[in-house]
Design a protein around this ligand. Structure first.
Ligand code: ASN
Ligand code: ZN
Length: 326
């Protein structure tokens, strides 16, 4: 069924793309920019050296290896989303090559951005399946690249949680865009498709790695423990684990974004997404050491600039509802 879903969503995306002609690249003097997306998917062949062997460069046909083809298609969908919706030409705005390595390690249960490229494990097959199965995870990892070229949010405590949050926002938006799904119809989950058979069965409960709609409720399971994400500043994690809780405290801004998207209604990438994109990527706006308060200030300000006082009030109320007062 996953393959069917992919085929359907792919044709939806193609229909949407052909409906609006892509804007022409402006003429550049001297050194021409690379045209369009430049993807390359490598395989680490269960080892750990990067990038590994080149399997699918841009322009090559599908390989039949689902991890390779999902990494290729998912990074393509993310590129198309950023270009079409926010006018961004790739991670650096200049069509930087998008490099992914799949089959990293043996039974490796994670995916990450290493500062230069994306890396995906196959999962152990019991608790987690291959990490390329979730488009929101692919969008998440690529967004770490965008952050590195824009705000440069440091990966520690509140700025780190904002870095994680921005990646979750881009991840869910890519998926909703590809599915043509409105905010109120989306599940707002990260990594739902990569849960393995051990997690899908009782006695535990697990629906995803994170829930933006209901932080702290994605799982409560004997293998994973309980989802540690807070949904309010009163429960902010103050320990040193996880780089000062970057994947934990991101639950707080994630819930804010969800509430803003639902408050506007319709497609989340159109208004909420546009506000967040500008607040998090416009030069001189979010500082690399931004706190949640600073993120609140910037998103409220951008809502007023792009829309009106009512939009700004919606954003302010959402931050207020989680205990962040700008
Ligand atoms: N999946 C995680 C992330 O991209 C991996 C990590 O913690 N480095 O945030
Ligand atoms: Zn991340």
């Amino acid at each position: 069924w996953a393959e069917d879903t992919l085929a359907v969503t792919r044709s939806l995306r193609e229909a949407r793309l052909s409906a609006s002609a892509p804007d022409p690249e402006p003429e550049m003097a001297a050194r021409p920019k690379p045209e369009g997306k430049q993807r390359a998917v490598y395989s680490a062949r269960q080892g750990q050296s990067l990038p590994g062997s080149l399997i699918r460069p841009e322009g090559a046909p599908p390989t039949g290896d689902p991890a390779v083809d999902e990494a290729f298609d998912g990074s393509g969908a993310t590129y198309d989303f950023l270009k079409t919706v926010f006018g961004r030409a790739g991670l650096d705005g200049a069509n930087l090559r998008i490099v992914s390595t799949v089959h990293y390690g043996r039974g490796y249960d994670n995916a990450f951005w290493n500062g230069k490229q994306m890396v995906y494990g196959d999962g152990d097959g019991e608790v987690f399946l291959r990490f390329t199965r979730s488009l929101d995870v692919i969008g998440h990892e690529l967004a770490h690249g965008v952050t590195e070229f824009t705000s440069g949010l440091v990966y520690w405590e509140q700025p780190g949680a904002l870095n994680e949050h921005f990646s979750d926002v881009i991840g869910v938006l890519v998926k909703q865009w590809q599915l043509g799904q409105k905010a109120e119809d989306a599940d707002w989950l990260i990594g739902a498709e990569l849960l393995g058979p051990e997690l899908r069965n009782p006695p535990g409960h697990a629906v995803a790695l994170r829930s933006m709609k209901a932080p702290g409720t994605a799982y409560d399971d004997p293998l994973l423990g309980k989802d540690p994400q807070p949904a309010h500043m009163k429960d902010l994690y103050r320990g040193l684990a996880d780089q000062g809780g970057v994947h934990i405290n991101s639950g707080i801004p994630n819930l804010v974004f969800y509430r803003v998207a639902i408050g506007f209604g319709g497609y989340a990438w159109e208004k909420a997404g546009r506000i967040w994109w500008r607040a998090f990527t416009e030069p001189g706006r979010m500082s690399a050491r931004a706190s949640f308060r600073e993120a609140a200030k910037e998103t409220i300000e951008v809502a007023r600039l792009l829309y009106d006082a009512q939009a700004a009030a919606l954003v302010a109320e959402a931050w207020d509802s989680v205990g962040v007062v700008p």
